[in-house]
Design a protein around this ligand. Structure first.
Ligand code: URA
Length: 232
């Protein structure tokens, strides 16, 4: 399909269907990742999810079992963004439900943040990369319009960036997570906090002062304090 043809189709998609349309005919989805998905395309997370489930903007579309869009409260003050689905997530269609996800939920609960109520959890990439490899820059770019639309729709007060790929994928910042974690960064008016990925903590179980787990505890307490400060 030529790019021009897809762009025309996409204009039809934007203009021809009511905002509340529950699904998008697959033939109208721009399959070429070079075709933009403009801000304001989706009226709801459900519409966006519908599109993701049919998406073929990169090669991961043909290897996924399910696209993994998000879980939690889509009106939450905190949005947590990870890297990409793993096997459990690919099978269930929900982000962070494997071992790393269970640890993430515990970390949030340790500062009385309820993953169902206080957080919306999603990933940079909606589809699982084979063998859980890191998504390529092309895959990240192909999926980014969905992430930007999620941020626009959720309008969080705080964005937790879980691991280096999340930092790179959203901010384009290539600094290592050990350097950047625990610092508030501003991105397009949003307050962002980079934190370690829980999978890294599973590989580094020490709780000693200065260890990754101890640092995570400091960071999540800072997030809780900011959450209280903004009076949510
Ligand atoms: N790791 C991630 O980054 N995201 C998930 O959804 C699961 C594991």
């Amino acid at each position: 399909m030529s790019n021009e043809y897809q762009l025309n189709l996409f204009e039809q998609l934007n203009q021809g269907l009511p905002a509340s349309s529950p699904s998008f005919p697959p033939e109208l989805i721009p399959t070429d990742a070079k075709i933009p998905i403009p801000p304001g395309t989706y009226g709801t997370i459900e519409e966006l999810a519908d599109h993701c489930h049919q998406c073929q903007r990169c090669g991961l579309g043909s290897t996924r079992t399910r696209a993994v869009v998000g879980r939690g409260n889509s009106q939450a003050a905190i949005m947590a963004i990870g890297e990409a689905p793993g096997q459990n997530e690919d099978e269930t269609g929900l982000p962070f439900v494997g071992k790393a996800g269970q640890l993430l939920d515990k970390i949030l609960a340790s500062v009385r943040l309820d993953p169902e109520q206080d957080i919306y959890i999603c990933n940079i990439n909606k589809c699982r990369p084979p063998q859980n490899r890191v998504p390529t820059p092309e895959e990240i770019a192909a999926c980014k319009p969905y992430l930007l639309e999620q941020i626009r729709l959720v309008e969080p007060k705080i964005i937790l960036l879980i691991g280096a790929t999340a930092v790179r994928g959203l901010l384009g910042d290539r600094r290592g997570i050990t350097k950047i974690r625990g610092q508030w960064l501003e991105w397009q008016g949003y307050l962002c906090m980079p934190i370690f990925h829980p999978a890294y903590l599973l590989r580094n179980p020490s709780r000693e002062k200065g260890s990754p787990k101890w640092l995570m505890w400091q960071d999540i307490k800072a997030v809780r304090a900011k959450f209280d400060e903004i009076g949510w």
